[in-house]
Design a protein around this ligand. Sequence first.
Ligand SMILES: Nc1ncnc2c1ncn2[C@@H]1O[C@H](COP(=O)(O)OP(=O)(O)O)[C@@H](O)[C@H]1O
Ligand SMILES: [Mg+2]
Length: 309
Amino acid sequence: MVKILNFGSLNIDYVYTMDQIVTPGETQASLKRGVFPGGKGLNQSVACARAGAAVWHAGALGQGDCSVLTDVLEDAGVHTEFLKAHDVPPGHTVIQVDRSGQNCIILYGGANQSLRRDEIDDTLAHFGAGDVMLLQNEVNELGYLIECGFKRGLKICFNLSPFKKELLDLPLERCALLAVNEVEASGITGLSAQSRPEDLINALASRFKDSCVVLTLGTRGSVVKPSGERAEYFGCYRVKAVDTTGSGDTYTGFLVHALASGAKVRAAMKEAACAAAISVTRPGAACSIPSREEVIASELFNGPEPVFG
Ligand SMILES: Nc1ncnc2c1ncn2[C@@H]1O[C@H](COP(=O)(O)OP(=O)(O)O)[C@@H](O)[C@H]1O
Ligand SMILES: [Mg+2]
């Protein structure tokens, strides 16, 4: 079985239901508050585990009760022995959602930005050639993680999300797989996010020649171009979307697991797109991710392939 080590964020999401999103200078009582596990790192660990991988989530929890984070990982079967407890606030978000579903989000990195090199070294010592290291842009020390992981022979899969220009200064050529959505692709290539998918993927592939490039395009579908091979295009399954939070994380987790297990590119994309489509039909992020068994048995998976575009 593939071993996946995800050095990723863990966020406590505090979601406040508001009549209207608060404006500058205003104080408003919220109608309801919910507390949920979140963070791209945590979501992708859960997705990989639900897809069937053996997953270790490495990262840092903060002060206070973080059981909302560890519970969801452990329920999904993610190994948590490399999680550190740091004496800083946990990563968290403060999210306002109004009656129309509009939201605004404050992200506080907290413990996710407190990863230490000595702790990274200790964790990496448990992994070696052929294992996968998964990364997103919500933790610190990404350059160090890439260099050390590469030296140990790990296959590095990096979801460049959320995108910042500084990411382009990292040794991305060491990554076996780079995953972006259309907005991130636009940030990297300078092309518009609405550009033709072939233009976006070609621009990405010519920049990252030695990596497999993954481009997701929301309801337009996804494109995967392995280094030196032609691009594969896969459509988006038509479903009634209830909550699209975490669709990209679900897609990435399933795709990384399938490719690392030796699946053909199109087969991996089909599983990933189907898992993501099922996840958007349910509220929540991590809790909405289906298991691989559910994906394979679903009507979507066994029905006609969606058309790209
Ligand atoms: N409304 C939707 N219905 C069905 N599948 C969806 C929907 N939104 C996204 N997906 C699937 O999830 C994948 C990733 O979504 P995308 O929006 O591109 O990622 P991100 O969340 O990173 O922006 C898409 O390629 C598609 O297969
Ligand atoms: Mg999107």
